[in-house]
Design a binder for this molecule. Structure first.
Ligand code: F6P
Length: 360
């Protein structure tokens, strides 16, 4: 194996809390303990396809402030597959060769890619095509990357959603209202389930368990009959009703986005229970802000482990958290399986044990 002298790092896909602490850990370990140079690539693969490539230079005494910073100082993008890249003139081009050329122009010996399953799949294709030495780190508030029990950003998102429920609790009980909190997570209900249990929700709706509106209303009426005239509902953006309906919105740029389930439920609940209902859509607040302690610890551990993988020459692997330790798995294997909520899991049993309605 060639001696490592210089590595690159990039953040790809949607941002989340914890990305900057990973960059900090990588820079500390790679420069401080191995004596390598670390280049930060701006805006994911866009930085590599630019001429000249857009980079940030990192020194170990200049990264400590990153520990508590949300977002990513490198910038990121979740648009534009480099294999079918939308050009300014409206045409679509395969820019993979430009990205590979950028890697070699920078004389990188390895690249750390921090991303979810979509980004890691793209980076792996590039690595295979261009013989790049790639190591992956999983991040996503959705926590749906198959091979790891937890991804960077998830814990902070759950903290934020829990705090939102805590705040809604007081105003719900003051006004005797049904408060609906709509959260992100795409097709995985981890955020709603975790925050729902932590924040004392009465009803948790997740995509993995199709809901019946009658069951939701029954729970609210049951509480009213017990003289509890308020109710906390947390709903994942991608839930489906038992008849298979999912709410999406067509945007002006012709993109279809998830969203709108909170308002839809509010209408139905008021119609069938006469309860006064309000909706909060938490949106990108879940992705921003100061990383939680758990995300900082995980980011530090993943960053250090990824650097060690490079030192061992174990490329085409992703670091993962399993059974209280860090392991590495081939990226192809890591992205093959999708990690959604198992309806038989401990947390689902916990929710049912607490009397929380799951809509079924
Ligand atoms: O995958 C992360 C995520 O935050 C999802 O939970 C959400 O559906 C989506 O990204 C939002 O994407 P965008 O930032 O493009 O609106």
């Amino acid at each position: 194996m060639n001696e490592i002298k210089k590595i690159g790092i990039l953040t790809s896909g949607g941002d989340c809390a914890g990305l900057n602490p990973v960059i900090r850990a990588v820079v500390h370990h790679a420069t401080g303990n191995y004596g390598w140079q670390v280049l930060g690539i701006s805006q994911a693969t866009i930085g590599l396809m630019s001429t000249p490539p857009k980079v940030m230079h990192f020194a170990s005494d200049k990264v400590d402030h990153l520990l508590t910073m949300g977002g990513t100082v490198l910038g990121t993008t979740n648009k534009g597959d480099p294999f079918a890249f939308p050009m300014a003139d409206g045409t679509i081009r395969d820019r993979s060769a430009d990205i590979i050329a950028g890697y070699y122009e920078l004389e990188l010996d390895a690249l750390i890619g921090i991303g979810g399953d979509g980004s890691l799949a793209i980076l792996r294709n590039l690595a295979q095509q261009g013989n790049l030495n790639l190591v992956g780190i999983p991040k996503t508030i959705d926590n749906d990357v198959g091979a790891t029990e937890i991804s960077i950003g998830f814990d902070t998102a759950v903290e934020i959603a829990t705090e939102a429920l805590d705040r809604l609790h007081f105003t719900a009980s003051s006004h005797n209202r049904v408060m609906i909190l709509e959260v992100m997570g795409r097709d995985a209900g981890h955020i709603a389930l975790g925050a729902g249990i932590a924040g004392g929700a009465d009803i948790i709706l997740i995509p993995e368990i199709p809901y019946k509106i009658e069951k939701v209303c029954q729970k609210i009426i049951q509480r009213q009959q017990m003289d509890k005239h308020f109710c906390l509902v947390i709903v994942s953006e991608a839930v489906v009703s038992s008849s298979g309906d999912q709410l999406t919105q067509m945007m002006v740029d012709n993109q279809i986005r998830l969203g709108g389930i909170g308002n839809h439920l509010a209408q139905q609940i008021t119609k069938y229970t006469e309860a006064e209902t309000r909706v909060t859509v938490l949106g990108h607040i879940q992705r921003g802000g100061i990383p939680s302690a758990t995300d900082r610890v995980l980011a530090s551990a993943f960053g250090v482990a990824a650097v060690d993988l490079i030192a061992e020459g174990k490329f085409d692997h992703m670091v993962a958290w399993q059974n209280n330790q860090i392991i590495s798995v081939p990226i192809a294997e890591a992205i093959k399986t999708y990690r959604n909520v198992d309806p038989q899991s401990t947390l689902i049993k916990t929710a049912r044990g607490l009397g929380i309605c799951l809509g079924d």
